[in-house]
Design a protein. Sequence first.
Length: 201
Amino acid sequence: MLHLIDAECRASAHVCATHCPYCALQCGMHLHAATADAWTVTERDFPTNRGGLCQKGWAAAELLGHPERLRTPLIRDGRDAPLRAASWDEALNRITAAIGRAQAGTAGTPWGSLPVMGVGLAHDYPSFLAFRLAIGAIGASFVITQYHTSAMFAPNIVGTANATAAGWGNLGGGVTQMAMPLLFGTFLVSDAGVGGAGDWP
């Protein structure tokens, strides 16, 4: 049975003012604890629903006494480990630790955006190459491709998809960086009407 919080319950009886757990309307309701495992839903004067509930709302209390209802967090100690019961403190500590690692991993993102923005200011080939080198160093090459491989592949192969896209993408970028100056040089040697600072777009 759920423990009633004194601040939320009427002192005269085991009645708790709460909300329907289903949709975003958050309709108000009262839960009555008749016995240890018997709860009933009654109307509550609340602005959203004014005492009315849908069928799911009226039947919401039936889940509280279900024998298969989860009453404690379940966590895994590894990717392939079975679920095990854990305390709320252990589960919340694991969640906050994971959020902290994610935040630490993205702390350098604002600095990494600088070369991406700066490449638009390149005025010659050396400055363009420098910005492209910095973009490659922060791992921003083919970001869009890696977004799609992360979002559209199944979890068991998403790592392989990302590695393949990043590997071939960076290989193509490296070959392009080497080949394009040579190709540009052939235009200069062949006197094809290009050359000089004025030809930089």
